[in-house]
Design a protein around this ligand. Structure first.
Ligand SMILES: [Zn+2]
Length: 371
C-alpha cells in the first residue's frame, strides 16, 4: 500500500537570530521523505505544500517527490510533551496525555529543568527541610505525577532560570537554562527525539504561555528539535535521524474556556473564581495574539487524573487554590476538552480544506503509521 499525503505547514515561527520568534509564512523548501519516514513507515509523494500565516492567508505550492514503496507498520503511536519544569506537564495537556496513554499511545514528557528555583506555592509545604532540598523534593513529586498520568518522563538536565521579578529585572543566574546558546539548549532534546521517535510533539508557543524565560526557551528548543532531528548533519549523536510529523502549541488558559467555566458556575449558583482572571485575560490579550485553536481533544473523563497529578506537585499547588474551585462535573459539562494550535504538520489534515477542528492529535498520522 502506498501512502499519499500533502506536506502542510500552517505557519512558521522561525527563530530570528535574537532567539525570538519571527512569524513568517513560507513554503517549506524541501523535505526528504527517506528521512521523514523511516523504513518502518510507508512513504509516498507529497502533493503540495501549504502555508497559512497567522492572518489566515494561505499559499499552496504543488510539487511531487519520487514515490517509494511503503509497507505496513504496526508500531505504536508516540507522543512527546516538552516542558520547562516539573508540574508544567500536569497543568498543560495532562488529561490529554492520560487519555492517550490509556489508549496505548507511548507518551514521554521531557522536562528541561529540575525546577530548582521554583517558589514554594503551597504554604503547607513551606518548611526549611523542603526549601533546602527542593530539587530532590520536586523530583519525587514528578515521579508521583508521572505514575498518576501513566506516562514516561525524563529530565534533560538543565538548571531552572527562576522567574525574575523587580524593576528593573535582575539578571538571570549564571549557567541557567535560559542563558544557554540554542545549540547547547536543544542538543539533549534532539537526541531524545531521535531516541523516542515521537510522531507528535507538544510545546508552548513563542510567548512561553507566560513570560517565564524557561518557557520561552522551551519553545525555542522544541522548534529547533522538530526542525533539526531529521538532519543527520546536525547535532550528531548515536541515534538515527527522526522527523516528528506534527508540532502543536498548548492553548490551555484561554478566554473562551474560562468564560464557559465562569458561566457554568453561575448557572449552578456557585461562586465563580474566574471573574478576575477573565478581566486579566482581557487586558493581557490586548497585547499579544492568541493562537487560534485548531484541535480540541475530548478528555473530560481524565480531568480527575489531571487534578491528582497536579496535587502530587505538592510544593507547587495549593489544594485549596482556585485551580480546584470549579467542580469536575461542571468542567466536563462546560469545556470537556484540552485545546491546541497545530503549528506544523507534515501530514494531511482536515484543517486544510475545511473549517472543521481536529479532535485527535494523531489525525493524519494514524493513516500513515497504522495502515
Ligand atoms: Zn514552568
Amino acid at each position: 500500500m502506498r501512502a499519499r499525503g500533502r506536506l502542510v505547514v500552517l505557519h512558521n515561527d522561525l527563530l530570528a537570530p535574537s532567539g525570538y520568534g519571527a512569524r513568517e509564512a513560507r513554503t517549506v523548501p524541501d523535505c526528504a521523505p527517506p528521512v521523514i519516514f523511516n523504513a518502518k513507515v510507508p512513504r509516498g509523494p507529497f502533493l503540495s505544500a501549504v502555508t497559512i500565516d497567522p492572518a489566515g492567508n494561505a499559499a499552496r505550492q504543488d510539487r511531487t517527490v519520487a514515490e517509494e514503496p511503503g509497507r505496513p507498520c504496526i508500531e505504536p503511536l508516540r507522543l512527546m510533551a516538552v516542558h520547562a519544569h516539573p508540574d508544567d506537564e500536569s497543568s498543560k495537556g495532562a488529561a490529554t496525555m492520560a487519555r492517550y496513554a490509556r489508549e496505548n499511545v507511548d507518551v514521554l514528557v521531557c522536562t528541561l529543568t529540575g525546577g530548582e528555583r521554583g517558589d514554594i506555592l503551597n504554604k503547607a509545604m513551606e518548611r526549611p527541610e523542603i526549601r533546602s532540598d527542593l530539587a530532590r523534593v520536586r523530583r519525587a513529586e514528578m515521579d508521583r505525577a508521572r505514575e498518576i498520568l501513566g506516562v514516561q518522563q525524563r529530565f534533560l538536565g538543565f538548571t531552572d532560570s527562576g522567574l525574575p521579578e523587580g524593576d528593573p529585572l535582575p539578571p538571570l543566574p549564571d549557567g541557567c537554562f535560559a542563558l544557554q546558546p540554542l545549540d547547547v539548549a536543544a542538543a539533549p532534546l534532539v537526541q531524545a527525539v531521535r531516541e523516542f521517535r515521537p510522531h507528535v510533539m507538544l510545546t508552548y508557543d513563542e510567548s512561553g504561555g507566560y513570560p517565564h524565560p524557561d518557557h520561552v526557551k522551551t519553545h525555542q528548543v522544541s522548534v529547533e528539535a522538530f526542525e533539526a532531528a531529521a538532519d543527520p548533519d546536525r547535532y550528531p549523536g548515536p541515534h538515527e535521524p527522526w522527523q516528528p510529523l506534527k508540532l502543536y502549541y498548548f492553548v490551555s488558559f484561554h478566554q473562551a474556556r474560562f468564560t464557559a467555566l465562569h458561566e457554568e458556575m453561575l448557572r449552578r449558583g456557585l461562586e465563580s473564581p474566574f471573574a478576575d482572571r477573565l478581566a486579566w485575560l482581557d487586558e493581557d490579550d490586548a497585547g499579544r495574539p492568541e493562537w487560534p485553536i485548531t484541535t480540541r481533544v475530548p478528555c473530560g473523563d481524565y480531568f480527575g487524573i489531571r487534578d491528582q497529578a497536579l496535587i502530587a506537585h505538592a510544593t507547587q499547588i495549593d489544594p485549596e487554590s482556585s485551580w480546584f474551585a470549579c467542580p469536575l462535573d461542571a468542567q466536563q459539562a462546560a469545556w470537556p476538552t484540552e485545546d491546541y494550535h497545530l503549528a506544523r504538520s507534515l501530514v494531511d489534515t482536515s484543517l486544510v480544506d475545511t473549517e472543521k477542528l481536529e479532535d485527535d492529535l494523531f489525525a493524519g498520522v494514524r493513516e500513515r503509521v497504522c495502515l
